[in-house]
Design a protein around this ligand. Sequence first.
Ligand code: M1P
Length: 245
Amino acid sequence: RIWAMTEHYLFDIDGTLTNPRQKMSRQFTKRFLEWMDDKSVFLVAGSNLEKVSEQVPPEVIAKCEGVFCSMGNQFWSGKNLVYENEWAPDPLLIEALTAFQMYTKFPIPLKEQFGRGEIIERRPGMLNFTTIGRNADTRERERYYEWDTKNGERKNIVSQLEKSFPELDFRIGGQISIDIQPKGHNKSQASEWIRKNLGGRMIFTGDSCHKGGNDYDICLDIKKHKDGEFHQVDSPEETLNVLGI
Ligand code: M1P
């Protein structure tokens, strides 16, 4: 089926098909599943397959032609692992990230200082870093996001790290974290793979298409090759509007 398609729809997940780190809503799932009939659909996630499977219902994943995970560093077609990139981060990077976490100015109440989970999540070909811990709940995520928007912690961390590690890409993806990977190993790996292996037009939808966002590189790649279009959205509801459903 996939080979006969001339148009491929590519979607980011958090903030595009679901609210950040939440499950796809029932209403969204129903409308999206109907729309997917006879379309070639790919997911292009910043997070790993485990998280994608927590958020996206199995019936939606089953209807996709493929799932690019971990910023396009791993690609699944059904149960087949098509490719996976490996990367061993420099210990100096880990040290630098640990220091940023120690000196964060984000106010965390004393009683909440433990149990927020790891600050560095290693994924195939990349890592994800957050000063507040990956287990932060929705309320804390929102509190951090608001604080970070005003205080620019993540932007500041990125600009310092870019100077020390010019061989790496640092992208602000969701509400609390930064995706880090070797230069070029970003979401544009998905559009490159489709171009090389399938051809046709690509229509990408994501919530972080601005410069520095983790959807930026795939948008730039499609623009450069003039083989598709992209849509910046701010919520799953806006995605439905873009699709006209
Ligand atoms: O898909 C967008 C981002 O979602 C999460 O970001 P955050 O935890 O900051 O909201 C992460 O999985 C991140 O890797 C991903 O890019």
